[in-house]
Design a protein around this ligand. Structure first.
Ligand code: ADP
Length: 740
């Protein structure tokens, strides 16, 4: 085989990701692979009022997988029994509720859990039943959403030895062609959206006296918000729910976000906003999205972009910053882009993150988004924020805008990753107009739990939001009770009644081998042989040998979070076990990137291995379609989209049992789940034997039991990880916290 060029695909500059995490050393990655032994033991609206040329409003700043050798073909000829489709239902449940007003400061340290009268009354969000709010002792700002995640208390799965009967043995006489693949999402045609009440003019900035938030008392008992249960095989699919679910009102929902795919994407957060907002709109809600107007956005995906609100003046330090707000559609999503005209040049820097003043940049953006809502007369039912970047929005809502009369919106915060929290100094208060250090440096408000004299934006978002979600029940449990909260564990405990996990969905309009325009041949669960056309296409593109080996793939940010030592070990282990390996990843960290470039140089002549260092969305589709197994060996993983996408493409995930991976991948050999729901391989321990236990079993199955491997692929493809269920869960949460 001809020697491969060092790079075979077009490279794109990866966007920067904020990271303050510890990096793996070059020495660690460059060291020769440790000799490995074959693993034997599995461890164990309102429509926006057009305000063109609106009068300038002045105010004081203070106002603020060849066919297994032919085994694939053999397998396809084998008659097998249809496996039941695997669907997962998550039902958001909440418990008691005491008030709909803001949720600031609670006694995190001192106040012992108080026996709660309303805690006994558990209410299912799915049923939309409500609990009569308990009278609050405090007349002013009160604790709001009093609900918590159900599966938050779920313990990490362990592989029970009693479950070691092989799915392969049990499913060998199964017939392959059973059902249609899990239905995807409905098409893009949205129903007409309700028009929320329009407030014609921006209200004057007349401060409305609001009493200071009371010291909230800690809830007395944990509650749950999310349970995962298999749905019956004939569970209605999502497209039956394109109008507001019975009992659900149409809501005006505004997402304030630093990222949205495909226009401004760094990680999974961007995909979540893209997918969730569409689902919410399909369900009959009016949804708007507010983003910074970055200079490096994919403008080719924004349609009819034009200035919508020319003169937005945003209080900042002692003055105001003039902004223009643009409106454009991103595949039917209504988006507003805020462009500040200031010397700070906040969003014209060629990349999204990675600047010393990131905290100020996003504090400004959050303020500008809130100011825009106010000035444009928008009073959404729900303001949904994402990560530390926009976690100040709920603070502004309750500390500034409520006082001015914006009393209707309720705030929901989704935390996609606890690693990044926006820890900063007191300068923030001066910039934002939150001029009361003694108030905001309070432990129960914004004071960082670990650093003296520091403020923590993510913590503030938790304290001030009416409901806080993270992206999987297991991660909710890990962050609150397993020391994975990066210091915010006590805060989560204090606010546990309004904290829960909702597993992300993926957009089946984009990630679906039946319609994917980036792959060589489209396929579904009933035409799975066509997947191997994609395997051949992938090999051709990456100059890999066309042999009978399985392809193990890794796609992801080259960040320590993703388990880079294990990725590196997996490359050598897979090659040693007779597999091929493909990696697509990049890092903004030069050290890590150069380590992987070194590894690539070392392996480049191999006809069984290709490392692509860079970000390439298009290639990622072909890898998802062409690979046989997808490796996700993360140290921690809030939800993880790669395994969800892999499942859809029949690419068997081999993952570490953490976070959302534990909630969505069920081990073929060791799971309490029914055989037809098992869809991959898991390992527990973050070490080489752990990784080998899962990857070794996957490769062995591919070679020794191709028919069983094929069945596993079908189980994977039948899973429903669309936005159907999470969309419903979020609506239940919104409905629960909204002002009624
Ligand atoms: P995170 O948000 O931590 O980066 P997720 O698994 O939630 O991880 O989401 C990662 C998303 O980014 C997936 O859609 C994955 O396909 C995509 N992705 C990651 N790295 C790359 C890359 N180098 N090229 C193309 N897509 C990538």
């Amino acid at each position: 085989m001809a020697k491969k060029p060092i790079s075979t695909t077009t490279k794109k500059t990866p966007a920067k990701k904020p990271s303050d995490s510890k990096k793996e050393t070059a020495a660690e990655l460059a060291k020769p692979p440790k000799k490995t032994s074959t693993a034997r033991e599995p461890s164990a609206a309102r429509p926006s009022p057009k305000k063109k040329d609106a009068p300038v409003s002045t105010r004081k700043a203070a106002d603020l997988s060849t066919t297994p050798p032919s085994k694939e073909k053999q397998a396809s000829q084998n008659k097998q029994t249809a496996a039941k489709p695997t669907t997962v239902q998550s039902a958001a449940k909440v418990a008691s509720k005491s008030s709909k007003k803001p949720v600031p400061a609670a006694s995190q340290r001192a106040t012992p859990a108080r026996p709660s009268t309303n805690a006994a009354a558990t209410t299912s969000l799915t049923s939309s039943k409500k609990v009569t709010p308990a009278p609050s002792k405090s007349p002013g700002l009160q604790p709001t959403a009093v609900a918590t995640p159900q599966s938050v208390g779920k313990k990490p799965s362990s592989m029970a030895t009693s479950e070691k009967s092989s799915i392969l043995e049990k499913s060998a006489d199964s017939s392959p062609e059973g059902r249609q693949p899990a239905a995807g999402k409905p098409g893009l045609g949205a129903k007409s959206e309700p028009v929320p009440t329009v407030k014609k003019e921006a209200k004057p900035r007349k401060p409305t006296p609001v009493e200071p938030p009371p010291e909230l008392e800690a809830p007395s008992q944990p509650h749950s918000v999310h349970v995962e249960e298999p749905l019956p095989a004939d569970q209605p699919a999502l497209h039956e729910e394109q109008s507001p679910a019975p009992g659900h009102p149409s809501l005006f929902i505004v997402h304030i976000t630093p990222e949205m795919a495909p226009v401004a994407k760094v990680g999974g957060l961007a995909d979540v906003v893209f997918g969730l907002t569409r689902e919410l709109a399909i369900r009959g809600n009016h949804v708007e999205i507010i983003l910074p107007k970055y200079d490096n956005m994919r403008y080719d995906h924004i349609f009819d972009l034009q200035p919508d609100y020319h003169d937005l003046w945003v209080p900042w330090y002692e003055g105001q910053v003039h902004c223009t707000v643009y409106f454009g559609k991103v595949y039917d999503r209504k988006c507003f882009f805020i462009e500040p005209h200031s010397d700070d040049n906040f969003f014209n820097r060629g990349s999204i993150y990675g600047f010393k003043d990131d905290v100020l940049r996003y504090a400004f953006f959050s303020r500008a988004a809130m100011e825009f809502l106010w000035q444009a007369g928008k009073h959404p039912d729900i303001i949904h924020c994402h990560d530390w970047q926009t976690a100040l929005a709920p603070v502004y809502l309750y500390e500034v805008y409520q006082r001015m009369g914006m009393t209707h919106p309720r705030a929901c915060l989704t935390i996609h990753n606890f690693q990044h929290q926006g820890v900063t100094g007191g300068e923030l208060l001066r910039a934002t107009g939150l001029h009361q250090p003694e108030r905001f440096f309070d432990y129960h408000r914004m004071h960082d739990n670990n650093h003296p004299n520091a403020l923590n934006l993510l913590k503030a978002g938790i304290v001030y939001s009416n409901f806080v979600t993270t992206v999987s029940p297991h991660y909710a449990f890990e962050t609150k009770d397993q020391g994975q909260g990066f210091g915010l564990e006590p805060t989560l405990h204090t606010h546990q009644i309004k904290y829960g996990g909702v597993v992300n969905g993926i957009d089946y309009d984009v990630w679906n081998p039946e319609v994917d325009g980036y792959i060589a041949t489209r396929y579904g669960v009933d035409s799975i042989d066509a997947k191997y056309d994609n395997k051949r296409a992938l090999r051709h593109r990456l100059m890999l040998a066309d042999n009978g080996k399985p392809i193990v793939a890794f796609i992801g940010r080259l960040d320590p979070q993703k388990g880079l030592e294990l990725v590196r070990h997996a490359i050598f282990y897979a090659l040693e076990r007779g597999a091929q390996f493909v990696l697509l990843g990049s890092s903004h960290d030069h050290g890590i990137n150069s380590d992987f470039w070194g590894l690539k140089g070392m392996l480049n002549d191999s006809e069984d291995c290709h490392l692509e260092i860079g970000f390439d969305e298009e290639l990622s589709h072909l890898i998802y379609a062409g690979a046989d197994m997808m490796l996700v060996p993360s140290r921690f993983e809030p939800c993880g989209l790669t395994q969800l996408i892999s499942l859809r493409y029949g690419t068997v995930p081999v993952v570490r049992s953490v976070g959302g991976l534990a909630d969505t991948v069920f081990d073929k050999d060791h799971s309490s789940r029914p055989l037809h729901e098992r869809n991959g391989y898991l390992f527990e321990n973050y070490d080489q034997p752990g990784l080998e236990s899962a990857l070794g079993r996957a490769i062995a199955c591919y070679f020794d039991h191709p028919d069983h491997f094929r069945e596993l692929m079908k189980n994977a493809m039948r899973c429903d990880y669309s936005w159907n269920i999470p969309g419903r869960d979020y609506l239940n949460i919104y409905d629960y916290i909204r002002e009624k």
